[in-house]
Design a protein around this ligand. Structure first.
Ligand code: PLP
Length: 490
């Protein structure tokens, strides 16, 4: 007898799975947002050996609910305010399921023309929706590609930048010169990892100063570092400007940074992993300032705030030639007529892995289901709730609000009168632990200057005004309770 699931069995279990997900999402508020399990608890509850004989699918679903669910942190919970949102949505889940159902591996155009061509259409659609420049479109010099993460995308951008800076020799000879890359203290850590992976090493990464108030990169310090390195014989390969930093959503001055890069012929990568999708709203288009004039590559993550289940990052480049030159290879076993005639796109040349999932299906499903106006409404709701939250914090003398807070992230610090800075930081972290242990919300922290601050990112699809109000009341209450129990400085 065949061990495979028959189409009829698949239909039956598939319906169970869809029901399971629908029930899960409908009842998500009954779970604690942050998983409360201890390290190793889930692993110990699972058998240490795989089954010799197949089991009914119901057993998998039953263990999912019984064993795994307590070990899930519920990113779609309306009380999830940690990190940045990682939105899921019905159309994205279904689009991903369809991708799994087709089981396509779209490394080459020929391995599924629709996988490639839908991706081209969808990334061009998104470029249009976000108001990105025409030369990022596939019918221009550049083009977009879906990647698994912004981390991979910045590595790919760096490889293209190195190729260009090294006059094409990096691909043939490897890193033979001292290449440098420029970030700020606020740049995402994936850039440093990209430098390590690409062989620049941490030594090759220069950290540009930031404005101490806005935390935005200082273009004049960038200019100084670039000129100093060049004079010392290094080859500046890439500058990364961030639009919406991870810590506080600081916005680097892309036009001024771009001018410096253009004067010196250095690749400008713009990391808008979180914030970029907000440009779908005309009132946030200014997030793209300088991108059309100066950016060589640009990345944003629909898998953060644009209702598209992880993973879905889009990387655009203004000129695909250095990217393809940096990454293309053509072993005999991949040779085919469409590729060799150059009449098609093979997206495997635009990324690190060879294989690729049919991710365009979920982004296509999302854009078609919501339409541009539905996507705009989602972004606007998150921003409006975050701005309300900021106004409540600012009006409360027990708290200090970090400015600016242009989008859905609000950073703030509880005041702890009488405590030293170090004690106050510990108290803030203790407050965060208590809030997160309550099960009703999840917030994270960062440091601004040398002080601990709480970060509350509003933008989960199910978060309504009442959830933000409840979270704020909870924070105030817990802060008051903790203040009463803390020893005052003597
Ligand atoms: N860049 C920025 C500004 C981010 O905020 C993040 C993640 O939060 C990343 C890059 C990394 O994103 P990914 O998880 O897609 O690699």
């Amino acid at each position: 007898m065949s061990p495979h699931m028959t189409p009829e069995e698949f239909r039956r279990h598939g319906k169970q799975v869809i029901d399971w997900i629908a029930d899960y999402l409908a009842g998500i508020e009954s779970h604690p947002v942050v998983s409360q399990v201890k390290p190793g608890e889930i692993r110990r509850a699972l058998p240490s050996r795989p089954p010799e004989h197949g089991e009914p699918f119901e057993a998998v679903l039953s263990d999912l609910g019984r064993i795994l669910l307590p070990g899930i942190t519920h990113w779609q919970h309306p009380g999830f305010f940690a990190y940045f949102p990682s939105n899921a949505s019905g159309p994205a889940i279904l689009g991903d399921l369809l991708s799994s159902g087709l089981g396509v591996q779209g490394m080459l155009w020929v391995t599924s023309p629709a996988c490639t061509e839908l991706e081209t259409v969808v990334v061009d659609w998104l470029a249009g929706l976000l108001g990105l420049p025409d030369h990022f479109r596939t019918d221009g010099a550049g083009g977009g590609v879906i990647q698994d993460s912004a981390s991979s995308a910045c590595l790919v951008a760096l490889l293209a930048a190195l190729h260009r800076a090294g006059d094409g020799q990096v691909t043939s000879d490897g890193i033979t010169r001292r290449y440098t890359m420029y970030v700020s203290s606020q740049t995402h850590s994936s850039l440093e990892r990209a430098a390590r992976i690409a062989g620049l090493g941490a030594q090759g990464v220069r950290v540009v100063d930031v404005d101490p108030r806005t935390l935005a990169m200082d273009p004049s310090h960038l200019r100084t570092l670039l000129d100093r390195d060049r004079a010392a014989g290094a080859v500046p390969a890439m500058v990364c400007a961030t639009v919406g930093t991870t810590s506080t959503t600081a916005i680097d001055p892309v036009p001024a940074i771009g001018e410096v890069c253009a004067e010196r012929g250095v690749w400008l990568h713009v990391d808008a992993a979180y914030a970029g999708v907000a440009a779908i709203c005309p009132e946030f288009r200014r997030l793209n300032d300088g991108v059309g004039e100066y950016a060589d590559s640009y990345v944003t993550n629909p898998h953060k705030w644009l209702l598209t289940n992880f993973d879905c990052t889009v990387l655009w480049t203004a000129d695909r030639a250095p990217l393809l030159a940096a990454l293309s290879t053509l072993p005999e076993y991949l040779r085919n007529t469409a590729t060799t005639t150059g009449s098609v796109i093979d997206y495997r040349d635009w990324q690190v892995p060879l294989g690729r999932r049919f991710r365009a299906l979920k982004l296509w499903s999302v854009i078609r289901w919501y339409g541009a106006e539905g996507l705009r409404a989602h972004i606007r709701k998150g921003v409006a709730l975050a701005q309300d939250l900021a106004s409540w914090i600012s009006a409360d003398p027990g708290f200090e609000l970090h400015e600016p807070h242009p989008l859905g992230l609000v950073c703030f610090r509880p005041r702890w009168p009488g405590l030293t800075a170090a004690e106050a930081d510990r108290a803030t972290l203790r407050l965060m632990e208590l809030l997160n242990a309550s099960g009703s919300m999840y917030v994270t922290h960062t440091r601004i200057g040398d002080r601990v601050v709480l970060r509350m990112a509003v933008g989960a699809a199910m978060t309504e005004r009442r959830h933000v109000e409840q979270a704020w009341e909870h924070i105030r209450w817990e802060h008051a309770a903790l203040s009463g129990t803390l020893p005052a400085e003597d």
